[in-house]
Design a protein around this ligand. Structure first.
Ligand code: GLU
Length: 576
């Protein structure tokens, strides 16, 4: 972590600490949070101390409101104040069946084969919220036992952790299934000794028999044979497809997919190496087997997942029955249909390879990945709002980009500073000269909620400013914060008349944004539009130099943006 990153992290943790403790951050508690969240900083404790002290002084000199706003604006975090009762608009989840305070253990179990998207955020957020609500525990478990079709991506593990942290999801324990293979093997050996599973050497022939509701001959072989064959699988005797382990269910089950499902298969890891274990293992548990074993061993009391897993729940039930383990409580929620988000892993991969160099990465603001939404300027709280709103409802729900934008706008509107930007692309901005008797200083609040925080912009007679071309067609305009001007389009002049707000109102003068040429800054706004990224060049008032990467702003009469880079100055249009 560079010094700049470290300072920014400390600033953020200090702000959060202050907001949680009635406006006063405390050195010790900031230090311990830092080390808890970033254990690698322990060695740098000596370096941390003076920075923490500096940040605590800085943050404690801010008003509580400023602390909260800064945290939200610069870091996209909305933290609840300590001690305060939940605000009325805060969503409360319905109680969880069979839940006891202090005993609830939930888990989020992503496949680290890609970045998580807003659809995956639902089980993550709900599992976290319920664990918190019942003062229980939350487990993060990476389900990466399929190196062939859901090939894990080395970077995805950390990307997912990062996305969860950003969403405000915290976990108490973390596991990676590919590092627990011996546990799956020994559990399977137990199942084989109990006669709950069998090694099937019949390949396609067995598949056919099972589809006809007939047992393959291996099903009834004694446990000694099964264990010997399983050892042969483990020792590399069989190649891909030559042997699988099936869990015994009911070979006549009316639903063919439930019949003797596959619990282990051989995957040639020379051809499909696993990013964490390489070619060390060739016998891999399927999702259904690994999930049952781990949910049990990790003491999961409540499994929250989509109803597309209902059939899996039945399959997993056979493992519980075999071992006489108590089953967790399963809650299956309906589908959240997401409209207008580019999310599918295969689609994103395809467009990224079809159009090389066009996308910024998995966090491209055109994508519905959590990282993409973050880069686009969506607040984590907005994602939480929409997820808690649908909660665990079993019925299907729809979320469109417009819904999410509306929720986000409501949260950003009261906190994002408002600055002026004039777009120049396509002749949308026009340069005009001011004609006025004197120099004037416009004192414009950064936000109407904080009238005392103003920036000053000085303009004198003869200065050039830019205004939106459309507005320069009106006979009279009000330059925001400055006064009423008559538009003399032929001479490119704006002639000062007076500064009466009353007159502007009565005359219906458009109140417009403007930027003085001399102090303005060039800025590009990128607007995500489906697969396109539309470029809008323009000028922003010089005050924008006070904001860093990640700051969220509202450009007056234009839209909400987030600064994506400072040099060159680029912002992404979050939404209008
Ligand atoms: N790894 C599974 C998935 O992402 C987990 C499903 C479950 O919650 O059991 O779909």
């Amino acid at each position: 972590m560079s010094l700049d990153e470290l300072r920014s992290l400390i600033y953020r943790v200090t702000l959060r600490n202050a907001v949680q403790h009635g406006g006063k951050a405390m050195i010790n508690s900031v230090m311990s949070t830092l080390i808890a969240e970033h254990p690698e900083l322990r060695q740098r404790a000596r370096e941390l101390a003076p920075i923490v002290k500096e940040m605590v002084d800085k943050v404690n000199s801010m008003s509580a409101e400023e602390q909260r706003d800064t945290l939200a604006r610069e870091f996209g975090e909305a933290v609840e104040e300590g001690q305060k009762k939940p605000k009325p608009e805060q969503k409360v989840l319905p109680p969880l069946p069979n839940a006891q305070e202090g005993k609830v253990v939930t888990r989020f179990a992503p496949n680290p084969d890609f970045a998580i998207h807003i659809g995956n955020a639902r089980p993550a957020i709900l599992s976290y919220e319920y664990a918190r609500m019942y003062k229980g525990k939350m487990v993060l478990r990476f389900e990466d036992t399929d190196p062939r079709t859901k090939t894990p991506m080395k970077e995805a593990y950390e990307m997912i952790r990062e996305d969860l942290r950003w969403l405000g999801v915290r976990w108490d324990e973390e596991y990676i299934q590919s590092l627990r293979m011996e546990i799956f093997y020994s559990t399977m050996k137990e199942a084989l000794s109990k006669g709950c599973a069998y090694v099937d050497l019949g390949g396609e022939e067995s598949k056919k028999l099972i589809s006809e509701g007939k047992p393959p001959e291996y099903r009834d072989k004694p446990p000694e044979w099964q264990l010997e064959q399983f050892d042969r699988m483990l020792s590399g005797h069989y190649k891909e497809g030559e042997a699988v382990v099936r869990f015994k269910t009911n070979v006549n089950d009316p639903n063919p997919s439930l019949r003797d499902w596959v619990a282990f298969r051989i995957i040639d890891t020379d051809a499909h190496p696993h990013p964490l274990t390489g070619d060390k293992y060739i016998v891999w548990p399927t999702y259904n087997f690994a999930v049952s074993v781990d949910d049990h061993l990790m003491g999961i009391t409540h499994v929250l997942r989509g109803k597309e897993h209902q059939l899996n729940t039945l399959k997993q039930g056979y493992v519980y029955k075999c071992f006489k383990w108590p089953e967790p409580t399963y809650i299956h929620f309906g589908r959240l249909k997401l409209e207008g988000f580019i999310m599918s892993k295969s689609y994103i991969k395809k467009i990224m390879s079809d159009r090389p160099g066009e996308f910024m990465g998995l966090d491209d603001p055109r994508f519905g990945t959590i990282a993409g939404l973050r880069r686009r300027g969506i607040l984590p709280e907005s994602i939480r709002d929409v997820i808690l709103d649908v909660g665990v409802r079993p019925g299907d729900a729809k979320l469109s980009w417009a819904n999410l934008a509306a929720v986000n706008r409501k949260r950003l509107d009261p906190i994002a500073d408002r600055l002026m930007f004039v777009e120049l692309t396509g002749g949308r901005g026009i340069r005009m000269r001011l004609s006025q008797p004197d120099c004037y200083v416009a004192k414009i609040p950064l936000h109407p909620n904080r009238p005392q925080a103003v920036r000053e912009i000085k303009v004198c007679d003869g200065d050039y400013i830019y205004v939106p071309s459309e507005d320069a067609k009106a006979p009279m305009v009000r330059l925001a914060g400055l006064g009423n001007y008559a538009v003399n389009a032929n001479d490119g002049l704006l002639e000062f008349k007076n500064d009466s707000l009353e007159e502007a109102r009565k005359g219906g003068y458009p109140i417009i944004q403007w930027v003085p040429e001399a102090s303005s800054v060039r800025l590009t706004v990128l607007e995500p539009d489906g697969l396109n990224l539309i470029k809008h060049d323009g000028l922003a008032e010089g005050y924008i130099n006070n904001y860093g990467k990640g700051s969220r702003l509202q450009f007056i009469r234009y839209g909400f943006v987030i600064i994506d880079s400072v040099n060159p100055l680029v912002a992404i249009l979050t939404h209008t």
